[in-house]
Design a protein around this ligand. Structure first.
Ligand code: ADP
Ligand code: MG
Length: 728
């Protein structure tokens, strides 16, 4: 019995969603729901919560109700579900009365697998009456933290959910959230009246996010560089103020980057339009205040930049969490300067409630520690959520990738202190650093600071170094930043000790470890055909536009990338691609298969490797052999020397199918071989005719048509031979 269920779940996962394995906790949750247990699950953003209720909605009789707070997201979620073949719909205030009645009718008739609902529906008597008559499989409460006043997004509307167990005492409820302290959890469980729920608290680690902190120096320049590094990819830039959002968006547009702003000062239409443009890959970058986020389910955000320090780690974690939801690598860059503390401190000081003020300062302090401390960023983040991170080196943050050393900087500290001393403690960090590095700004010249003895003494280090040093001097109490808006640096007694050489000064610096740098590189080595990727992206865009859905609803980036890695040219091969289930295969398969086949035909140098089964070792990459490929020629030479396919494969440690691909290309380039060694004369004849009938684009109809008389390898080699003759 168990194995039947096992197989059923795995089959549904593959056939419907196109995924070859469950992510952590998904399977346990699905099983709990199917067994009729209530569930309370805390999983990070991108952890795959939706699948936990979407999958059982297909297997349990009746309609699964999904309560979700954001009307703006419902349509995308329903589009997504529909694309994989789930009968899904939604009921919210955006529907006109006739549409609503139609949805209600279908609901009553049990047509839906999934029905998304805004929580306020449950406050209307007519809907509650409908609930009692419609067939319900279970209820999923998404973003369940909205039920708790202790959470950050409390929604009074959510309180109406507490009637669920009263009117449907038998119904199973599964609640999901990405943020839950114990307090919030208890609150949610009691308000939903969950009965002895199956509880999951997943790790909050997001292994595919790579964290990095840099001293803020020239923020627009730094943001520009990072965006350039991720050319063509989607990214979010967070800024603290609306003005900075506008300024940053403008500066990116000046660089030719498609970027739009998002903040509470824009009209709601404009915000919506900009978000949609981002969602649909029409622009690359959205520059936003923290107002941006809740309504975004975009899965292919490849980087998140914080141009200013966030107020607290909760916010930082949420915002960076919007990167890499698809599980692919994403980069999180925080630009940090201590002067941001002053700006944020001003906000906190304006809070009326003293307790909130104290808490605000404490959280800000933790955030600054995160940026300043040279200890693994991941460990710090997880530690904040009371999760212990065991590995010594996470391999995906700047600290772990580079390494830290306490370095004596007494002389450098004296340079800074001396510049402060000689200018009477009247200037801020920016100006002092300008003096030390010998900048010739107008201000420096006007003030005659080029004549100072310290002007230019610190040329040997770049500005960010001095930034960090000044920050370290402030943290150590050798300097004091005085004033709110434009703080000036003042030397303390301890600073004097250093200036006069009575005390030394050291601070920790990130250093490049030559051997370690490669750590992150292997993640990027998934070679795929970028040109084909661009072609498929274009098709995806067209389809998405036609269907009025975001492109990732058609296929995720990962799906496209795998297509450009494995070049599927049969429907069966297509289903091995991540995210390709039966419904998508049917809907989009022909179009994409056709395009890939065309591509393969136009690029005979591409040598396709079979995709290993999921249970075997990690996927070997397809090598795009530039003609004349060395490895292809090597196989060709061995074949000319009279070795068989099996012998060549064994000798070279390759799969036979790979070698067959090599020989195909070898022959296509017009090289000679004793073809009879690989394809017997009668098979040659069969294949020759089959290719006349079916053309060269697909191997599948040729081989299948010959009903076991020839192998794929033979068909491949013969195709190479025939094509090689064609080009003569
Ligand atoms: P959450 O709601 O927890 O933030 P989502 O449900 O939106 O996360 O899922 C995030 C991404 O992960 C989606 O792109 C989804 O398709 C993908 N995903 C979910 N489960 C799996 C799985 N088992 N294998 C591969 N990808 C998955
Ligand atoms: Mg979600």
């Amino acid at each position: 019995m168990n194995s039947i269920v096992n197989e059923g779940l795995a089959t549904t996962l593959k056939d419907v969603f196109g995924f070859s394995s469950f992510r952590a906790n998904q399977e346990d949750i699905v099983r709990a729901i199917m067994a009729g247990d209530d569930v309370f699950a805390v999983m990070p953003t991108g952890g795959g919560k939706s699948l936990c209720y979407q999958l059982p909605s297909l297997l349990v009789e009746g309609t699964c109700l999904v309560i979700s707070p954001l009307i703006s997201l419902m349509k995308d979620q329903v589009d997504h579900a529909t694309r994989v073949g789930i009968n899904a719909g939604y009921l919210n205030s955006s529907l006109a009365a006739p549409e609503r009645r139609e949805v209600e009718r279908r609901f009553r008739e049990g047509w839906y697998d999934l029905l998304y609902l805004a929580p306020e529906r449950l406050a209307t008597d007519s809907f509650l009456a409908l609930l009692k008559t419609a067939p319900i499989s279970f209820v999923a409460v998404d973003e369940a933290h909205c039920l708790s006043e202790w959470g950050h997004d409390f929604r009074p509307d959510y309180l109406s959910l507490s009637v669920l167990k009263d009117i449907l005492p038998k119904v199973t409820i599964a609640a999901f959230t990405a943020t839950a302290t114990r307090q919030v959890a208890d609150d949610v469980i009691s308000r939903l009246k969950l009965q002895n729920p199956f509880q999951v608290r997943a790790s909050f680690d997001r292994p595919n996010l790579i964290y990095k902190v840099l001293p803020k120096d020239n923020v627009l320049g730094q943001i520009g560089r990072e965006v350039t590094r991720h050319q063509g990819q989607a990214g979010i830039v967070y800024r603290l103020s609306r003005q900075d959002v506008e300024k940053t968006a403008l500066s990116l547009r000046d660089m030719g980057v498609k970027a739009l702003p998002y903040h509470a000062g824009l009209s709601s239409e404009e915000r919506h339009a900009n978000q949609e443009a981002f969602n649909r890959d029409e622009i690359q970058v959205i520059v936003a205040t923290v107002a941006f986020g809740m309504g975004i389910d975009k899965s292919n955000v490849r980087y998140v930049i914080h141009g200013d320090l966030p107020k607290n780690i909760d916010g930082y974690y949420q915002e960076t969490g919007r990167g890499g939801r698809d599980g692919e690598e994403a980069h999180c860059l925080l630009l940090y300067s201590r002067s941001d503390m002053v700006r944020l401190g001003n906000f906190i000081n304006q809070l009326e409630d003293r307790r909130e003020q104290t808490a605000g300062w404490q959280k800000l302090g933790q955030m600054a520690d995160f940026a300043e401390k040279h200890s693994c960023r991941r460990r710090q983040l997880l530690g904040y959520f009371e999760e212990k991170y065991i590995p010594e080196n996470c391999g995906a943050c700047d600290v772990c990738l580079q390494g830290v050393k306490e370095v004596d900087a007494s002389t450098e500290a004296q340079m800074v202190l001396s510049a402060i001393y000689r200018t009477g403690g009247r200037f801020g960090a920016g100006h002092i650093i300008d003096i030390v590095v010998g900048a010739k700004t107008k201000r420096i010249k006007d003030l005659g600071h080029t004549n100072l003895k310290t002007h230019g003494v610190g040329k040997h280090h770049p500005k960010p170094y001095w930034r960090r040093l000044v920050d370290a001097l402030v943290v150590s109490g050798s300097l004091k930043a005085v004033g709110d808006k434009f703080p000036v640096l003042e030397m303390t007694a301890q600073g004097e000790e250093i200036l006069y050489g009575r005390k030394s000064f050291a601070f920790s610096q990130l250093i490049e470890l030559p051997g370690e740098k490669a750590r992150v590189a292997p993640k990027e080595d998934k070679e795929h055909d970028q040109d084909l990727f661009a072609v498929l992206q274009g098709i995806r865009r067209t389809l998405a536009d036609q269907e009025k859905v975001p492109p990732y609803v058609v296929f995720s980036d990962r799906s496209l990338r795998e297509m450009c890695q494995y070049f599927p040219d049969t429907p069966a091969e297509m289903t091995t691609i991540h995210g390709v289930g039966m419904a998508k295969l049917e809907r989009y398969g022909t179009l994409f298969l056709g395009e890939i086949a065309k591509w393969l035909a136009d690029h005979p140098e591409i040598c396709k490797e079979a995709r290993p089964t999921p249970s075997s070792s990690p996927p070997t990459k397809t090598t795009k052999v530039k003609s004349p490929g060395k490895t292809m020629l090597e196989s060709g030479a061995l074949a000319q020397a009279g070795f068989s396919l099996g012998q060549i494969a064994q000798q070279r440690g390759l799969k036979e199918i790979t070698v067959a691909g090599h020989l195909e290309t070898f022959l296509e380039h017009g090289n000679d071989l004793d073809l009879g060694l690989f394809v017997s004369p009668d098979k040659q004849e069969l294949l020759r005719q089959a290719y006349v009938t079916h053309g060269f684009n697909y191997l599948n109809p040729v081989v299948e048509g010959l009903k076991g008389q020839v192998s794929y390898d033979e068909a491949r080699i013969m195709r190479g031979f025939l094509r090689g003759q064609d080009t003569d």
